[in-house]
Write a protein that binds this ligand. Structure first.
Ligand code: 9YT
Length: 129
């Protein structure tokens, strides 16, 4: 069993920050459980486009307000406390945060912790040895 706390990850290699978001990666590929689990804050006022071509991601909002645009259909969805979106079709999407959005994110396959988005919003597929 592993027991941890978000604050224990602050400033470690599991604490990944970009201009638009901060993600603390609580469970990673190295734990060898088939998924990774992240606590992500997308900063208020930012707009980010993501395209996880190599991963499935579930995102569950626990705090904040924003919008999600499916770039393949143009559909726009409200994001608020309790909203979940599942990118089961590797959809290219854009998240706009009106307030800080706190999200619990699950990735399959798990990320290793080193991934950040490239210029197309894509994470590379990195497989643990
Ligand atoms: C919601 C989302 O995709 N945010 C980007 C960061 C990502 N969740 C991560 O790497 O933890």
């Amino acid at each position: 069993m592993i027991v941890t706390h978000l604050n224990d990850l602050d400033g470690t290699e599991r604490d990944v920050q970009t201009e638009n978001w901060r993600s603390r990666r609580i469970v990673l590929a190295k734990e060898k459980v088939g998924f990774s689990f992240h606590d992500t804050v997308i900063y208020a006022g930012t707009t980010s486009t993501f395209h996880y071509q190599n991963h499935i991601e579930a995102v569950y909002c626990v705090q904040g307000k924003g919008t999600l645009t499916n770039e393949e259909t143009g559909e726009v969805h409200e994001i608020k406390d309790g909203t979940l979106y599942l990118l089961d079709g590797h959809e290219k999407h854009t998240v706009h945060a009106e307030e800080d959005l706190r999200m619990a994110c699950v990735f399959n396959p798990p990320v290793t912790g080193r991934e950040v988005h490239d210029e197309n919003g894509v994470y590379p597929l990195i497989v643990e040895d």
